[in-house]
Unconditional design. Structure first.
Length: 339
């Protein structure tokens, strides 16, 4: 298909057109210094999230999804270098560049307030010496709930994620993986953050609870909040996301409205991910992703790509898919075609 050079807003078209973005990420890049190598974890990332939008970030293990979330919250370890910009416009508050902000500002106004995080491994993130109820009540009180109302509010938030009142009396080590996951989601949702980063929030849940959690996130968006949902589950993304960003080897390679992406993927990697679904060809993407310490100069997917030619040894520009988002590929698929 014809792809034109695009420097305008990404997939946010249609209902989102013209509204100021809640989050505007531009050129976000994360490098980790190791003793004898540099990990290219996130590269030149651009995306926007509008109020009310559910953006799913998908891609194979190790492509940089969690590092992206941690970079936005200033949670990366000391060997990380973060560059670029991530402008957050919290409703009723001052805009803040999450990359340039001081630790004090992030701690006081961003983490847990303007931006909630459901961490990928909740069991290790939960304070071991407090029951679920203590943790929830403390979180609610820290965010303005009165001592008298907090216990009832804690029960409500717990019920929202499918926890029983009795579950709240357990300590984190007494919770199953799925229960810890739901408690972490309840803790992130309790302060009602305008933006939620949910990193694999359905891990360890059985199918009905997966759908319950996804629908809960969807409803948050329908009432005006925004969610960045990190998932390897494409069916989940399809069920609830407005837009999908596909990451490959630290970059977003395709960013489109959900319907359009599932109907007609533009990047051969996206087409490969869709072909791997059990209800499609059930054929895994051949080969393995490259080492992030040793990325090729051109398209990182080229060694696994059936459409690659000599030109793929040079980096592909990000182009507009007519009417529906962006793709970074020298040989994007035509609308409706499969790989
Ligand atoms: N502190 C660190 N030091 C060095 N490399 C790191 C560090 N943290 C993460 N990485 C590397 O950054 C890359 C991206 O990791 P990330 O956790 O974001 O992957 P992911 O897409 O979330 O994968 P998964 O689906 O398995 O959770 C990986 O190669 C990982 O090894
Ligand atoms: Ni991760």
């Amino acid at each position: 298909m014809t792809v034109t050079r695009d420097t305008s807003a990404p997939a946010a078209t249609g209902v989102y057109a013209g509204r100021p973005a809640l989050l505007e990420v531009d050129g976000l890049t994360v490098r980790f210094r190791l003793r004898d190598a540099v990990v290219h974890a996130v590269t030149d990332l651009r995306l926007t999230v509008q109020p009310g939008e559910l953006l799913a970030v998908v891609g194979e293990s190790g492509c940089g999804k969690s590092v992206l979330a941690h970079a936005l919250l200033g949670l990366l370890p000391g060997n990380a270098t973060v560059t670029g910009r991530a402008l957050l416009r919290p409703p009723g508050g001052e805009p803040v560049d999450l990359v340039g902000a001081t630790e004090r500002r992030l701690a006081r106004t961003v983490r847990g307030r303007a931006v909630g995080l459901v961490p990928q491994s909740p069991a290790t993130a939960l304070t071991p010496v407090r029951t679920g109820r203590d943790l929830l009540v403390e979180t609610l009180r820290a965010h303005g709930h009165h001592r008298r109302d907090a216990p009832a509010a804690a029960k409500r938030v717990a019920a929202d994620v499918g926890l029983l009142p009795a579950d709240l009396d357990r300590y984190p080590h007494e919770l199953s993986g799925g229960m810890a996951q739901r408690l972490a989601t309840a803790l992130a949702l309790a302060p009602d953050p305008p933006l939620l980063l949910a990193d694999e929030p359905t891990t360890g849940l059985d199918r009905p609870l997966v759908d319950h959690t996804l629908d809960l996130l969807r409803r948050r968006c329908d009432s005006g909040a925004a969610v960045l949902l990190i998932t390897h589950d494409l069916a989940a993304a399809r069920r609830v996301a407005d837009t999908v960003a596909v990451m490959y080897a630290s970059r977003i390679v395709e960013h489109r409205p959900t319907e359009a992406l599932f109907a007609a993927p533009a990047h051969p990697y996206t087409a490969g991910l869709l072909d791997a679904l059990p209800d499609r060809a059930f054929r895994p993407v051949p080969g393995h992703p490259p080492m992030l310490t040793d990325l090729p100069a051109g398209c990182a997917f080229a060694p696994r790509c059936g459409r690659a030619t000599d030109v793929c040894a040079t980096p592909p520009a990000v182009g507009a898919v007519p009417g529906s988002g962006r793709v970074a590929c020298h040989h994007p698929l035509s609308a409706g075609a499969t790989a």
